[in-house]
Design a protein around this ligand. Sequence first.
Ligand code: 5U1
Length: 708
Amino acid sequence: MDLTEATARVGVLRREIADHDHRYYALDAPSIPDAEYDRLMRELLALEAQYPALVTSDSPSQRVGGAPSAAFAPVTHAVPMLSLGNAFDDAEVRDFDRRVRGLTGEREIDYHAEPKFDGLAISLLYRDGVLVQAATRGDGSTGEDVTANIRTIAAIPLRLRNNPPALLEARGEVFMPRDGFARLNARQAGRGEKAFANPRNAAAGSLRQLDPRITAQRPLRFYCYGYGRVDGRLPDRHSERLDLLHGYGLPVCAQRQRVTGIDACVAYYVELGRLRADLPYEVDGVVYKVDRVDLQERLGFVSRAPRWALAHKFPAEEAVTVLENIEVQIGRTGAVTPVARLKPVFVGGVTVTNATLHNEDELRRKDVRIGDSVTVRRAGDVIPEVVGVVLERRPVDAQPFVMPTHCPVCGSDIVRVDGDAVSRCSGGLHCPAQIKAGIAHFANRRAMDIDGLGDKLIEQLVDRGLVHDVADLYQLDLPTLTGLERMAELSASNLMAAIGASKQTTLPRFIFALGIPLIGEEVARLLSAEFGDLETLLAQDWAELHARKQAIAKANQKARKHNVDHPERPALPVQDLPLRGIGPEITDRLSDFAADARNVEVIRRLLAAGIRFADNGAGQRNADAGSLALAGKTFVITGTFSQSREVITAALQELGAKVTGSVSKNTDFVAVGDNPGSKASKAAELGVTTLNETALLALLQARPGSGS
Ligand code: 5U1
């Protein structure tokens, strides 16, 4: 291609890439697959490498980040960047509305309600539609020039569209979405670098990099929520002004809403609070703005905050408190989880007194000691966790934790088998803690779904000797239940109905409910699809099956070699490789389970109680699978780890991840152990995030309920 053709082609590619960025980030409506986008970008990069004179500063190729600088230059804001007054309850919100109505003389106010993103305020200056300067808020009058870093954020257009005014200063928030934050921290751990405490810190740290090439690798996003200087006429309402900015190509959050009156504001707040944990990014509240700009102008400002806007804050998701003690909890498979007993602290909307420390290694890594001040996090419905220690507040007599040698519930030895990430109580079904946890797992929403059978009730049922195993649940009657503490007649009959309803289930749910180690929901689905019914599954001769599997794999390998050598007469592959995705560790656990007469007897009693399977669930995805921590993520495993590949696969699948055999652009993570194969280099080539063993375990253990 000669220079003239290359110039034309580069122009086309830049427009196409900018269009796709706009569709993806501003319209939330991508129109091509990632691989096709990457192909366009690679073509542009190749042409620019061939003809360096064609490189321009607004080329999408320049998002990779330029040379590092020594410092950030100060930038004076022509229009000060204001802060917001806060409200923490409804009464303060209603006071605000009363003030607004009083000062404007309006009977009712139209507000614009928006999520308050937990990131960093940024000003973007566009001249003739081209991004020329980006600055942080700083003290509101003077910020720092972060143009080089901001230019690396693909969500921020380098050039506006649709005839923007000659000068336009857009304002908004740069933030890091939750999934990108998790990936970044896994990568940090993999490199032995410090993890970021939360997405806000990660976003701030990423923007304050002197080397834009580092910022370029950070998954930052941007939403525009306002403006500073704008030459030219603007609509009369804030909501319409944001529509206009959106039309110029700036991403504006779709969750915003124009509402009338303060009751509608509060309803918006309640609804966003409900959605909060499921949003792809963190929000710390809602911002209400008077929508009519003439009223905004009449209201003006007081001490650097507008009288026409208010931040209605959500309860904080993190708080600092004192860790008063560390005790251990025993899970259904005997896993010992250290639990922090905390000085009560209000966090994430509830008072928290306990938080998980995950396991002994995690506790050591964070160097948590009794007496420390710790940061506790509770987001959404997840189990509160200790995020880290506030070292500056460590008292001199802070005590390191010593792992008990015996189970605090049944007195059996606590053992840690080589290669196991956790210590376990060796008491098995003699340990009441394991029995209770097993029953709670059985009753879980994703297993037999027995509504109303909570931990306190299970505790009473086991401690009073009314239930020894899960089959006993189906022998309970109404008089027994009403005789329990805090059990009214209505709750008892509801529970009886829930137990009755649980008898009609599916085979995957039932297999999962049995709580066999390593058998998560995904493996349970594979097993039911493979074997079709429980009897066949339990009657398997696993050793024979493995031998068959190996023989088939060998025959197929031979056939592949034959096909290469003799393409003219290819051999047919041996079909029907049994036990796909299920290897010897899982089947060992299954055969151990099936070999234990007590388990067979429990199953017999469960079936005798009337448990029936509607279908084998083959090909059916669990309705709740999407809510799992790694749902939708694809992993590839290469190399050797301290735990077998199968154990790792099962743990990933239990969190909703898919584990595949080859690396592609669609792979989210490649777990790289010792002596990795070509998959590791393929990951590097495609820019897929890699995780070493520490990072992988951190990812698995950061999830409540994993590893137990
Ligand atoms: N969504 C949103 N966040 N936020 C932060 N809007 C918004 N507006 C702000 C700030 C500081 O300030 C203007 C009201 C001045």
